[in-house]
Write a protein that binds this ligand. Structure first.
Ligand SMILES: Cc1cc2nc3c(=O)[nH]c(=O)nc-3n(C[C@H](O)[C@H](O)[C@H](O)COP(=O)(O)OP(=O)(O)OC[C@H]3O[C@@H](n4cnc5c(N)ncnc54)[C@H](O)[C@@H]3O)c2cc1C
Length: 524
């Protein structure tokens, strides 16, 4: 390991930015190189939009980037002159400004000078001794002691039955976030493949760019995201439902009789633990039969956005249909869509002006055309998780290679890690993961630096044993921690360890065990 370790964080959306900021918080921590191929640092896919109709789908109250300061975003909004910030769903552009202000503060900290921003795409990451060689699109290379993959969602894959000529035509938009207008493809109805949050986002953009455009959103179930209530739902501190996906569904339905939003929100702290408690078969059952319901109830629209969508529907501009697409064929003046409506009537054909793929994240790495992912897969440094939702990682976000072994210096954060955490797409979940991942990196670097400083034989066998034991306890806590859905506990122990030493960390564990004996859940 080098004298001044370097961590390369690939991707500067919310996940990468937050991981980088957490690493920089540690005094005497590593240098951080934050790499971004897109136009702006800190914005990513979600917060790059300037459209004033694109609102956050989470209330500002729950959008602080800093776990330890829950009101950080509210305070920032207050200083920016936003009235009653706790009651509003602000624009995603505003949230992007907030993230960039955090980045500006970090870069202005010239005293440390530990942060470097590299505006380039990473095309390859390979082993270089005990370091990593990170190759950039422009040909330069960076050596790093640890690498964090914060690449966001993999782009949607083309659909079956698609005319190859359509793929390269301006009438097909593969990446909904790259939609830049109807161009020469207009006029004509626009087909949105998918009816979820992405389709709603695109519908708002289309309506703003070309107000009277008709849109057909076609998805397997034809279900649309529900709306947030005007007021906060009552989330009574109900415990985690247990058992199979069906058992959980039955319990949630029971709770939902009083307040469905509250019932869904009360699950939030437990989702990762429930997911991890299911067998692979149960996870697949959930994905096949229940995920679509979970998505529309859990990831809700801001009331203003829901109102706009309802208005589009009533004026006939926006129609949602359930069905399966059979073929999409490019014609000189449009695209012919053949689809079978859900419920069995015969195929229907429609000519549209443009087709936009709004199917959302499709995590199949094997189908990703991204050179970085393809190279990592080829080298066996990453593998898809068992449900093919993204990259396989362990409970500490360490990437698992082809053999299933965790690599202690290669990490992944954000939606790429859905296979392990499932609910890891929103700010409240990712900010915890980023903090936890940064802690793991700092611990790994500290252990390596101690070992390198002391040289072979520098530690007594008793010290080595104590170190091994400590690492074992730390690993176990990380596992246990995610099982319990209480990442805060692990961080409390780790920070006790870093600031006050091993004995203090063991003291924290003893306290926790003591509490468990009486209360069964940890005090947080
Ligand atoms: C439209 C939309 C709205 C959302 N709204 C909300 C909301 O209201 N509230 C909420 O809590 N969550 C929301 N989310 C969830 C959102 O996913 C997370 O909040 C978060 O933005 C995910 O960030 P990320 O960094 O993991 O991914 P991304 O934002 O996708 O960032 C990944 C970054 O990595 C870069 N990159 C990828 N590959 C490379 C490479 N090889 N080299 C260099 N750079 C690379 C990309 O250019 C990109 O900037 C929303 C998501 C979307 C898509």
């Amino acid at each position: 390991m080098s004298d001044h370790p370097t961590v390369a964080v690939i991707g500067a959306g919310f996940s990468g930015l937050l991981t980088a900021l957490r690493l920089l918080l540690a005094p005497e921590g590593p240098r951080v190189v934050l790499l971004e191929k897109g136009p702006r640092f800190g914005r990513g896919a979600a917060y790059s939009t300037a459209n004033p109709n694109h609102l956050l789908n989470v209330r500002a109250t729950n959008m602080s980037a800093l776990v330890e300061q829950p009101s950080h975003f509210l305070d920032w909004l207050g200083q920016a002159g936003v009235a009653a910030p706790d009651r509003v769903f602000v624009t995603r552009d505003r949230y992007g400004q907030y993230l960039q202000s955090l980045l500006r503060e970090a870069t202005a900290d010239t005293a440390s000078g530990r942060l470097t921003l590299e505006h380039d795409g990473v095309v390859d990451v390979t082993r270089a001794g005990d370091q990593w060689r990170v190759r950039l699109a422009m040909g330069r290379e960076i050596l790093a002691d640890a690498v964090v993959l914060a690449l966001g969602n993999l782009p949607p894959t083309p659909l079956e039955g698609m005319d190859p000529a359509l793929l390269t035509s301006e009438r097909y938009v593969a990446d909904p976030w790259a939609w830049r207008g109807l161009g020469g493809a207009a006029p004509g109805e626009v087909l949105l493949i998918g009816a979820g949050l992405t389709a709603v986002d695109v519908a708002l953009s289309i309506n703003e760019a070309q107000p009277n455009t008709r849109m057909l959103a076609l998805s397997r179930h034809g279900l649309s995201p529900r709306s947030h209530g005007e007021t906060l739902p009552a989330t009574a501190g109900a415990g985690a439902p247990t058992g199979s996906p069906l058992a959980v569904l039955v319990e949630v339905r029971r709770r939902a009789q009083v307040d469905w939003r509250g019932a869904i929100d009360s699950l939030r702290p437990h989702v990762q633990a429930i997911w991890r408690g299911w067998s692979l078969k149960e996870r697949r059952q959930f994905l096949r039969h229940l995920q679509v319901w979970w998505n529309i109830c859990r990831h809700r629209l801001a009331p203003e956005v829901a109102g706009q969508v309802e208005n589009f529907r009533q004026t006939g501009l926006f129609t949602v249909r359930a069905g399966r697409i059979r073929s999409l064929t490019l014609q000189p003046d449009g695209v012919d869509v053949v689809w079978t409506p859900r419920g069995g009537t015969g195929p229907q054909t429609r000519r549209v002006g443009q087709v936009i793929n709004c199917t959302g994240p499709r995590g199949d790495m094997a189908q990703s055309g991204d050179p970085l992912i393809a190279g990592l897969l080829r080298a066996g440094l990453v593998r898809p998780d068992a449900c093919s939702l993204g990259v396989d990682v362990d409970a500490r976000s360490r990437v698992l290679g082809a053999s299933g072994e965790a690599n202690d210096s290669l990490f992944a954060v954000g939606p790429l890690t859905r296979g392990q955490f499932y609910e890891i797409t929103s700010v409240p979940d990712i900010r915890l993961q980023a903090a936890d991942c940064a802690d793991s990196i700092l611990n790994m670097l500290a252990v390596k630096s101690r070992a390198a400083g002391e040289g072979p034989g520098g530690m007594s066998s008793a010290e080595r044993l104590a170190d091994d034991l400590a690492a074992f306890i730390e690993d176990s806590i990380a596992e246990l921690d995610v099982e319990l859905g209480s990442l805060k506990f692990a961080r409390r122990v780790r920070s006790a360890w870093e600031l006050r030493g091993r004995r203090a960390a063991l003291g924290e564990i003893a306290l926790w065990l003591d509490e468990r004996r009486t209360r069964t859940t940890p005090r947080l």
